[in-house]
Design a protein around this ligand. Structure first.
Ligand code: MG
Length: 311
């Protein structure tokens, strides 16, 4: 299918979008989409690269799902709801499922509540690269939840379970925590201080909250909720799987009482640590082991490149 036919295919699938989606005044087919919206917007863009984020031969539905879900997760991490998205694809010339791929991306975007309003396609010699740009709006009462709001004395919490996303395939099937994010904003309000989604590993991402807030997050390895694989490995070694990355769970800091389960989804909320004063501006997170010793947040992790434990 050539580019013109593929664009026609996408436009045909998108016909009538303006009537169905209130923020969309003009959908795919012009040079830009035209949307209405609130005064504040959240914007994020993510790439999905063949050979890095998915292996060649991955099912088209799962590629599309992950391309959209990564950006949805970023909006959730800021306490937002999704509004509209755009997607691009640099697609190998020999790939024959481009139309199915964009159909699936449009379906997954709709699944999480956002119309796919436009994008661009190029045929290339090389590996597939997809991007998804997502636009959202912050929670109406709480406003945007940033990485920079953590306060000394906060608890540190995480949704769901961590680790093993590549071994279990969850990196392709994770559920972006949109509902949990909205619920946390509802119930905690301004007591919800900082939040991030775990994409690069718990230690590294929690460390970003610490550095950007000027504090340190102390994470208790005995309290980390591990995936079944991590439980199998045992507490002593299994906890290192939290640095695998691509869990897309929410890590947040908050003051006051935090419920241990999101009622709408049943998602577990675990307290995993505390926020303390920082004595090192570049050391935003440490893990506290069972014997009380501490290791740097991005140490002891897993190297995707080598499959071996990192330094
Ligand atoms: Mg993120």
């Amino acid at each position: 299918m050539n580019e013109r036919k593929l664009l026609e295919h996408i436009y045909a699938r998108s016909a009538g979008m303006e009537a169905e989606n209130r923020p969309v005044l003009v959908g795919p087919g012009d040079d830009c989409a035209l949307v209405t919206g609130a005064a504040e917007h959240l914007l994020t863009v993510d790439q999905l690269v063949e050979g890095v984020h998915f292996t060649t031969g991955t099912d088209v539905e799962l590629i599309a799902r992950k391309a959209i879900a990564r950006s949805v997760s970023d909006i959730a991490a800021c306490g937002g709801t999704v509004q509209v998205c755009l997607a691009t694809g640099a697609i190998p010339a020999a790939y024959e499922q481009a139309d199915e791929l964009f159909d699936a991306m449009r379906r997954w975007a709709a699944h999480w509540g956002t119309p796919l309003v436009g994008g661009d396609i190029a045929r290339i010699d090389g590996s597939m690269v997809l991007t998804c740009t997502m636009i959202g709006v912050p929670h109406g009462a709480r406003g945007a939840v940033l990485r920079s709001g953590a306060q000394v004395g906060d608890g540190v919490f995480v949704t769901g379970a961590l680790g093993g996303s590549f071994q279990t395939g969850m990196h392709l099937r994770f559920e972006p925590r949109l509902k949990e994010s909205a619920w946390l904003c509802d119930v905690l309000g301004n007591g919800l201080h900082a939040m991030i989604d775990v994409s690069d590993g718990l230690g590294m991402d929690a460390g970003r909250i610490g550095v950007q807030s000027g504090v340190r997050l102390r994470l208790w390895t005995d309290h980390l909720p591990l995936c079944d694989l991590g439980e199998l490995k045992g507490g002593k070694e299994g906890w290192k799987m939290v640095n695998d990355g691509e869990d897309h769970e929410l890590v947040f800091t908050a003051s006051g009482d935090v419920p241990d389960q999101c009622p709408a989804t049943g998602t577990r909320i675990s307290r995993i640590g505390e926020v303390v004063e920082s004595c090192d501006a570049e050391q935003g997170c440490v893990f506290v082991l069972g014997d009380g010793s501490e290791v740097c947040g991005d140490e002891g992790g897993w190297s995707h490149a080598t499959g071996e434990a990192g330094q």
